[in-house]
Design a protein around this ligand. Structure first.
Ligand SMILES: NC(=O)C1=CN([C@@H]2O[C@H](COP(=O)(O)OP(=O)(O)OC[C@H]3O[C@@H](n4cnc5c(N)ncnc54)[C@H](OP(=O)(O)O)[C@@H]3O)[C@@H](O)[C@H]2O)C=CC1
Ligand SMILES: Nc1nc(=O)c2c([nH]1)NC[C@@H]1CN(c3ccc(C(=O)N[C@@H](CCC(=O)O)C(=O)O)cc3)C=[N+]21
Length: 281
């Protein structure tokens, strides 16, 4: 049996065609205005710069604008908070993305939480997380929400399944676990202090790798017929899961590249369009 490939790149491309039409419709209704996503990049990490550039390019592909804010690596928490405040009160800005990670002298949590809920299209605030976890309306955190959209598009059953999420970071593992719980999975969350990780992973009907270590999760830990989601991304195009041998054994898997990454960006853009529609339409 060969695994169904959960093609995030193709789904993102299809969605972009529909988003372009929504942005065009909005322009007509609002006398030429488009949704605008503000991206904030602090410091000069080249990988972060590339991701932010990819997000700006995705905006333009659907006819939206982006406002690229760049701040030096010496930026203080107060300076970043002041910038976020300015973007919160700018009526032309419909979404705010603060690229993670920020330099270590900055209180990242305080800065995420300063983003106004209605502009939190990347789903990084405590308030947005809490609302999502309680089943209330909020923009989902982009990577896990992108994964949920991908599973949904391929009709992957979640209810009653045992989902094992490896990783509990604020913008990936933790919201991922809450989204799966919201869809009635039985969820196990693993982290660096977990004992006997391979035995827990063996129980997974759905396994999500979000560890941040290249091919850390071994194919032999995963049972036949599991749904394998690799959220990891490392230079050279490998993820957090050893995917090679799973191509024949998994029920479905997300490839790296072309799986979760494109869905992250697509979800950010989709939620920016939604925010634009709410304020411009
Ligand atoms: N495609 C995309 O859109 C995105 C991809 N990524 C990728 O996803 C991966 C994870 O990113 P992120 O969540 O930000 O990473 P973090 O480093 O913030 O979190 C890693 C998590 O893995 C856990 N962990 C570390 N070592 C082990 C171990 N030996 N056993 C079990 N758990 C362990 C940590 O546990 P503890 O909490 O105990 O420290 C932590 O919760 C990375 O590869 C990153 O590149 C990230 C964001 C978006
Ligand atoms: N506030 C915040 N929100 C984020 O969503 C966020 C962040 N900070 N910091 C960094 C991580 C990383 N991230 C990726 C997005 C797209 C790809 C992606 O599209 N990857 C392509 C390949 C890209 C390439 O060509 O290198 C793929 O997997 O197919 C990867 C990683 C978002 N992140």
């Amino acid at each position: 049996m060969s695994a169904l490939i959960l093609d995030g790149k193709a789904l993102a491309q299809q969605t972009e065609a529909a988003l372009l039409q929504r942005v065009e419709a909005l322009k007509e209704k609002s006398g030429g205005k488009t949704p605008i996503l503000a991206t904030i990049l602090v410091g000069d990490d080249p990988a972060s710069a590339t991701y932010v550039k990819m997000k700006g390019n995705a905006c333009r592909r659907v006819g939206m604008d982006s406002l690229a804010v760049e701040m030096p690596s010496s930026t203080t928490t107060d300076e970043l908070l002041a910038k976020i405040d300015e973007l919160n009160s700018n009526p032309d800005v419909h979404g705010i993305l603060l690229q993670h990670p920020v330099p270590e002298q900055i209180d990242e949590r305080a800065c995420f939480d300063a983003i106004a809920l209605e502009k939190d299209v990347d789903g990084v605030t405590c308030l947005g997380f809490g609302r999502m976890a309680m089943g209330e309306d909020a923009y989902g955190c982009a990577t896990p929400q992108g994964i949920m959209r991908l599973l949904e598009a391929y009709d992957i059953a979640i209810e009653g399944k045992h989902a094992v999420v490896v990783g509990r970071s604020p913008i990936l593992g933790k919201p991922m676990a809450m989204m799966l719980l919201q869809k009635n999975a039985t969820v196990t969350i693993c982290h660096s202090r977990t004992q006997d990780l391979p035995a827990l992973i063996k129980q997974a009907d759905i396994i999500v790798g979000a560890v941040g270590k290249p091919e850390f999760i071994k194919a032999e830990w995963i049972k036949d017929g599991a749904v394998v989601v690799d959220a990891g991304y490392h230079p050279g195009g490998v993820g957090d899961i050893e995917l090679g041998p799973l191509a024949e054994r998994a029920a479905a898997l997300t490839p790296v590249p072309g799986g979760v990454g494109p869905m992250t960006i697509n979800t950010l853009i989709m939620q920016s369009v939604e925010s634009g529609e709410k304020s411009l339409a």
